[in-house]
Design a protein. Structure first.
Length: 185
């Protein structure tokens, strides 16, 4: 009688500190939500091209860059308007950038303070993100509410576009040496 034993080994978990992480666009998303029509409807969208890093031993520890022209809500006319000068002004300000000022990890909780830059303006953000080790990678889930008017995005009739807007980042962080391309095709 022959006995076969199959052994599976999980990839070794890497510590959050001491590793430079990059967001994997193939398994991640950067989305936004904003209430409109005086709060009766919500516009949801995403950025299709972005890159980001997490390295608690560097300054800045976190940086996320979004290609403003890659904004997509599924409505071509609305997307053109949002990319235009009333909102993101992607022609003159092609990137939306978040840069951390402080970042700390406590167990599976990442606490971050930093600034979001768009259209030549910036606004402070305080973010609480969940981190979950998955083999040699990290799963991240974060949401933050912000007042888009602080970035000069004030277009709209008498309060038609409500604040706050919500920015959501979900996905996988992989060791920087394990990912060669950051942009989605």
């Amino acid at each position: 009688m022959t006995t076969t034993v199959t052994t599976t080994t999980e990839p070794e978990q890497r510590p959050v500190t001491g590793t430079r992480w990059r967001i994997d666009p193939a398994r991640s998303s950067v989305e936004f939500r904003t209430r409109t029509l005086w709060g009766l409807s919500t516009v949801s969208g995403r950025f299709d091209r972005y890159e980001g890093t997490l390295d608690l031993e560097r300054d800045p520890a976190i940086e996320l860059r979004l290609d403003a022209a890659s904004l997509d809500t599924g409505n071509t006319l609305r997307d053109e308007h949002l990319r235009g000068e009333d909102f993101f002004d992607a022609e003159h300000s092609p990137e939306v950038v978040f840069v951390s000022e402080t970042a700390t990890v406590d167990g599976r909780r990442l606490t971050v303070r930093g600034r979001l830059h768009a259209r030549g303006r910036s606004t402070p953000l305080a973010i609480e993100a969940a981190l979950r080790p998955v083999g040699a990678e990290l799963e991240v889930d974060s949401r933050v509410r912000l007042d888009h008017r602080e970035l000069g995005m004030t277009h709209g009739l008498r309060g038609m576009i409500r604040t706050p807007s919500e920015l959501i980042v979900r996905g996988r962080l992989v060791p920087a040496d394990g990912l060669s391309a950051l942009s989605k095709p």
